[in-house]
Design a protein around this ligand. Structure first.
Ligand SMILES: O=C(O)CCC(=O)C(=O)O
Ligand SMILES: [Fe+2]
Length: 228
């Protein structure tokens, strides 16, 4: 196919990338229509009860992103069935459609190597965290480690671009790689980098497709909790 048609990803020089073992970036994986659908779904999920909220950290700080969870409620640092650090309402159900999308994401990211990545072939996601980044929001380096299984994490980005810092599994220090994540991008992290530290250094305000009608950036991570 290469050399034949012109693909949008190639036109802008953004192609499939594997920045670290087990980490796969597929730029523009979500089509425009799917992005619009997901933004509309996020607006619904954001509504109370069990809606989007600012997470309070045990140290006394407040996260600058706003978060809503589906399937299981994430709080620092565990999962619960109710918003125990908010309005106390039962968490919204995990949508099967999002699960199917995330399973396809893992299958396409790893391709024929899917059997070699822990938890990828039998990926059974049951939780999603939806984060909204208003202008100026960021996310400090952390590990996703409240899950009880080492299945990959699927990350879908919508709206404004960001600088995503992919660190290592040893600690918060270097080495790290800064990746540009744009609206529509898919990032899957699993295998030996499932527990890599990662975060969002900054977003780039005003870079979203204006047709999306979204201010800021949305990120949806879809995960397998390993809880009953
Ligand atoms: O916004 C992102 O790209 C990353 C989000 C993240 O790391 C998380 O929700 O745990
Ligand atoms: Fe994370």
């Amino acid at each position: 196919m290469r050399g034949g048609g012109v693909f949008v990803g190639e036109l802008f020089g953004r192609e499939r990338e594997e920045p670290a073992p087990g980490v796969v970036l597929l730029p523009g994986w979500l089509g425009a229509e799917r992005q619009r659908e997901l933004v509309a779904a996020c607006r619904e999920w954001a509504r109370p009860p069990a809606g989007m909220r600012s997470v309070l950290l045990p140290g006394g700080g407040t996260m600058s992103v706003r978060t809503v969870c589906l399937g299981w409620h994430w709080y620092p640092y565990g999962y619960a069935r109710t918003v125990l650090d908010g309005d106390g309402a039962p968490v919204k159900p995990f949508p099967e459609r999002l699960g199917a999308l995330a399973r396809r994401a893992v299958a396409e990211a790893y391709g024929e190597r899917v059997g070699e990545v822990a938890g990828a072939a039998g990926f059974a996601p049951d939780v999603a965290l939806v984060n909204h980044y208003p202008h100026g929001a960021r996310m400090g380096l952390h590990q996703d480690r409240e899950e009880r299984v080492d299945a990959p994490v699927v990350s879908l980005s919508l709206g404004d671009e960001c600088v995503f810092r992919l660190g290592n599994a040893e600690g918060r220090g270097r080495p790290w790689t800064d990746l540009r994540l744009c609206g529509g991008d898919l990032l899957v992290f699993g295998g030996e980098n499932r527990y890599a530290y990662h975060g969002v250094v900054r977003t780039l305000p005003g870079t979203a497709d204006p047709e999306l009608g979204l201010t800021g950036r949305l990120n949806i991570t879809v995960r397998q909790s390993g809880l009953g």
